[in-house]
Write a protein that binds this ligand. Structure first.
Ligand code: C5P
Length: 238
C-alpha cells in the first residue's frame, strides 16, 4: 500500500460525517472513524461509509485479555474495514491473538497497527502513574518492536518518531502519524507538529489529519493540498 492521507472524521453523528463526505462528490478519501462516532452510531456508520467506497481506519484502540480481543477483532474484520488498532501495552500475546481474530477465512485481513505510548503520556506521567522508568523513546521503540515481532503491520506514532521506528523495525513497518499541520495553519491543541511535506521526508507512511481539513473553509481543497504536499503528486481519483 502506498502513502496516503487519512482524514480523521471526528464528528459526533453519522449525519454530520456523511454530510462532510458528500462535499467530496465522487472522490473517496481514506477516513478514520474514532470511538466518539463509533460509540454514537455503531457499526451502521462503518457500513454506510464503506458502501460509499471509502477505505476506513477504525480507531478503537483495543486493550483486553487475548481471548476477548481476538473475538472482537473477528467482529471488526467482518465489517470489512481496512485498518484497525490496539494498545501494544496489552502484551505480545494479546497482539498475536488479535491477528488471529482479524484474519478472515480467505486469509485476508485489515492492517493491524499498534498504539505505543499515547502522546498525552509524558515521561513524568509514565513514571508516576505506570511505574515505567525507562526513557519514553525506548519504551515506544520497544513496544514497536514487540508489535513487529507479533506480526503487526506498524504503529501509530508522532511524525517525530517515524524515522526511529523505521530504523529499529525496518522500512516496510508502517508508521501512521497524526499531529500534522500546514505551515500556515493553526496548531489547535497539538504541540509537536510537522507539515505534510516534512512528515513525508521523515518517512511517515500514512498521515492522519483532522481539523486542518474538517474545519477548513474548503475541506476538499485542504485535502487536495495535503495529498499534494505529502505525496508530491497531483491528486487523482480516477
Ligand atoms: O484535528 P487533528 O489533526 O489534531 O486530529 C488528529 C487525529 O489524530 C485525532 O483523531 C486524534 O484523536 C488522533 N491522534 C492524535 N494524537 C495521537 C493519537 C491520535 O492526534 N497521539
Amino acid at each position: 500500500m502506498g502513502k496516503d492521507v487519512i482524514i480523521a472524521c471526528d464528528f459526533d453523528s453519522a449525519e454530520k460525517t456523511l454530510a462532510f463526505l458528500d462535499r467530496f462528490e465522487g472522490k473517496k478519501p481514506f477516513v478514520k472513524i474514532g470511538m466518539e462516532l463509533f460509540y454514537a452510531e455503531g457499526p451502521s456508520v462503518v457500513r454506510a461509509i464503506k458502501e460509499r467506497g471509502h477505505k476506513i481506519f477504525l480507531d478503537l484502540k483495543l486493550h483486553d485479555i487475548p481471548n476477548t480481543v481476538k473475538k472482537s477483532m473477528a467482529v471488526l474484520s467482518a465489517l470489512d474495514v481496512d485498518m484497525v488498532n490496539l494498545h501494544a501495552s496489552g502484551t505480545s500475546r494479546m497482539m498475536t491473538a488479535a491477528l488471529e481474530g482479524l484474519t478472515r477465512p480467505d486469509g485476508t485481513r485489515p492492517l493491524l497497527i499498534a498504539v505505543t505510548q499515547l502522546t498525552s503520556t509524558d515521561q513524568e506521567t509514565m513514571e508516576r502513574d505506570l511505574l515505567i522508568h525507562a526513557p519514553i523513546d525506548e519504551v515506544v521503540l520497544h513496544y514497536a518492536e514487540n508489535a513487529k515481532n507479533a506480526g503487526l503491520d506498524g504503529v501509530v506514532c508522532s511524525p517525530l518518531e517515524a524515522g526511529k521506528v523505521h530504523a529499529r523495525c525496518g522500512a516496510s513497518f508502517l508508521t501512521v502519524t497524526p499531529g500534522v499541520r500546514f505551515a500556515d495553519g493553526d496548531l489547535g491543541d497539538q504541540k509537536r507538529v510537522m507539515t505534510p511535506a516534512e512528515a513525508n521526508r521523515i518517512g511517515s507512511d500514512y498521515i492522519v489529519v483532522g481539523r486542518p481539513i474538517t474545519a477548513a473553509p474548503d475541506p476538499v481543497a485542504a485535502y487536495e493540498r495535503c495529498v499534494r504536499e505529502f505525496t508530491g503528486d497531483a491528486v487523482s481519483f480516477l
